[in-house]
Write a protein that binds this ligand. Structure first.
Ligand code: ATP
Length: 209
């Protein structure tokens, strides 16, 4: 187990129960002892002008609150301390540099991100450096076969087979960070969408208003 690193990367603006339930399902499915949430400083796939609504420090803090007392989860500030628009490819190289190339890196994504994979920087190398684990997410999970069809245009049959094997059946949780931000801005409750500690943090700091 010690030669594995399992990362769940994302903006986490904010973290919510969709992330947490999916991560726990991945841990159970593979028997992982640890999954590390790694917030991005700036999501590379959302364009130059996109900036997360909450600061990296707030997003990191909300993850810490959400996973407090949960042994199988931890958090890494690696991408945040890189403090630039870095790509998953760069992060994977940094992880190999830090922990050695004999470690197997598992990288968790939602099925919406799998569809975007051809647009990832150095996607070919990314899927050689890490084993992608894809979790279900509505409504994208209805289109798995068309997503795989699209991937066949960019990746070899062998690579697509591996990507397909990495798609695992997880609970369908229709929650997004966008929904949380939008509900806050409209003055609506976000209770039950994310842990109470995160709700309290958002409200006390006046985030997403
Ligand atoms: P936003 O609404 O701001 O785009 P998001 O809810 O998609 O945010 P991210 O932080 O961008 O959250 O997601 C990080 C990773 O978690 C991505 O790979 C995404 O596909 C996955 N993910 C997000 N929400 C869910 C969910 N409800 N179920 C499964 N996977 C999810």
């Amino acid at each position: 187990m010690n030669n594995q690193i399992v990362i769940f990367g994302g903006t986490f603006d904010p973290i919510h129960h969709g992330h947490l339930i999916s991560a726990r399902a991945v841990a159970e499915h593979f028997g992982f002892e640890k999954i590390t949430f790694m917030p991005t400083y700036q999501p590379p796939h959302k364009g130059e002008d996109y900036h997360p609504a909450a600061s990296p420090e707030d997003r990191l803090q909300m993850i810490k609150l959400a996973i407090a007392n949960e042994e199988i989860f931890d958090v890494s500030d690696l991408e945040i301390t890189l403090a630039k628009r870095n790509y998953t490819y760069d992060t994977l190289l940094a992880l190999h540099e830090r922990f050695g190339t004999d470690k197997t890196i598992f990288w968790i994504i939602g099925i919406d991100m799998l569809e975007e994979l051809p647009n990832w920087y150095n996607a070919q190398q990314v899927i050689e450096l890490a084993r992608l684990i894809t979790v279900a997410r509505p409504p994208f999970n209805k289109r798995i076969s068309s997503i795989l069809e699209k991937l066949r245009q960019y990746f070899s049959a062998e690579q697509v087979k591996r990507l397909e094997e990495g798609i695992i059946s997880t609970p369908l949780i229709d929650i997004s960070s966008t929904e949380i931000r939008s509900r806050i801005s409209k003055g609506e409750s976000i209770r039950y969408l994310t842990p109470d500690s995160v709700v309290d943090y958002i409200l006390s700091k006046g985030l997403y208003r």
